[in-house]
Design a protein around this ligand. Structure first.
Ligand SMILES: O=C(c1ccc2nc(C3CCCCC3)oc2c1)N1CC(N2CCN(c3ncccn3)CC2)C1
Length: 291
């Protein structure tokens, strides 16, 4: 088993699921005091972990929603070589597995997906795989199209060329200062040891690139309800991807809210933006819980 072994997962008795490859995925659950009205799975982004969504999860839990998540393979407290995945489909497979487990514990409840950045890509492809399984999908700056400032044509060509020769070569780290306008959030991210602070490998970058190509092909078939939130100064995932999804998806229930001046991690941006995101997400989900 590459990467973290089973015995070096911190507090091995903490909640986890074992994926189809036998890897332990660290799980988190935010359960309301009373009976939950709906289930919300949170898909975190590349290089981070599910614990960074505690504030968002708490606000949803206060609306009687049961929020759950896991650290993707190679991330956070889960097993697997850091920031490495054999195939992007593994993220989708593991998400469906976890959703099935929790859905089975709460039969009949509506299930929503919520994803940020790469987690948005995972959420889109998961909903595409089981289009009738989810009541709605919330996408915070989803990775649909890279911003050409970060994924320059040179980097894309280089990644394709090197993917077979030097797959582990580092393509450079994400500059966290361009991810949030709030310096406290940037410092918090930089000091969080559960995040991956090294760069993205050629191999992992290619997996992301291929995922965006899968999404672009899938968008015209999308008919499920979705909420898109995107900052118009996002230097990592281009807002054009969200605009393209909003314009080309078949969904009749779709909403795109643009946060002017905001960077990539909207839920971790300046307080007025982050607070608006939490309110927007909670309201959108609750409005779609069948009476
Ligand atoms: O999922 C991602 C993500 C998405 C697209 C990416 N493209 C690249 C490369 C690909 C190769 C070409 C060059 C671009 O890296 C990506 C990462 N995430 C989650 C996001 N992180 C960023 C750091 N975060 C942060 N930083 C500061 C303050 C708060 N959060 C958390 C979210 C990035």
């Amino acid at each position: 088993m590459s990467g973290r072994g089973a015995d070096d997962v911190p507090n091995p008795d903490q909640q986890h699921i074992v994926n189809a490859d036998g890897q332990r995925l660290f799980c988190r659950y935010w359960k309301p005091d009373g009976p939950p009205r709906a289930l919300v799975f949170v898909a975190h982004g590349a290089g981070e972990h599910s614990g960074r969504y505690s504030r968002l999860a708490q606000t949803l839990m206060e609306r009687a929603l049961l929020v759950f998540a896991h650290d993707h393979v190679g991330h956070g407290n889960s097993e697997g070589e850091r920031m490495s995945v054999v195939d992007f489909q593994i993220f989708i497979r593991d998400t469906l597995q976890h959703v099935d487990v929790v859905r089975g514990q709460h039969p009949g409840l509506p299930v929503f997906l919520l994803g940020h950045s790469m987690g948005g890509a995972i959420s889109i492809l998961t909903a595409c795989e089981q289009p009738d399984a989810f009541t709605g999908v919330v996408l915070i700056s989803p990775m649909v199209q890279f911003n050409p400032e970060s994924a320059t044509p040179f980097k894309v060509v280089l990644a394709k060329l090197l993917n077979h020769m030097l797959p582990k070569l580092c393509l450079g780290a994400i500059e966290s200062k361009w991810i949030s306008r709030d310096q406290r959030e940037v410092d918090d991210y930089d000091q969080d040891e559960l995040n991956h602070h090294g760069g993205l490998s050629v191999s992992f970058s290619m997996k992301l690139l291929l995922a965006t190509q899968r999404i672009e092909k899938a968008i015209p078939t999308i008919a499920w309800p979705f909420l898109l939130l995107h900052g118009d100064v996002d230097k990592l995932c281009d807002i054009g991807g969200s605009q393209m999804m909003f314009e080309n998806a078949k969904s009749t229930d779709k909403k795109l809210k643009v946060y002017e001046g905001a960077y990539h991690a909207l839920h971790r941006d300046l307080p007025e933006t982050a607070d608006s995101v939490l309110e927007e997400v909670g309201t959108w989900i609750v409005e779609r819980i069948p009476a």
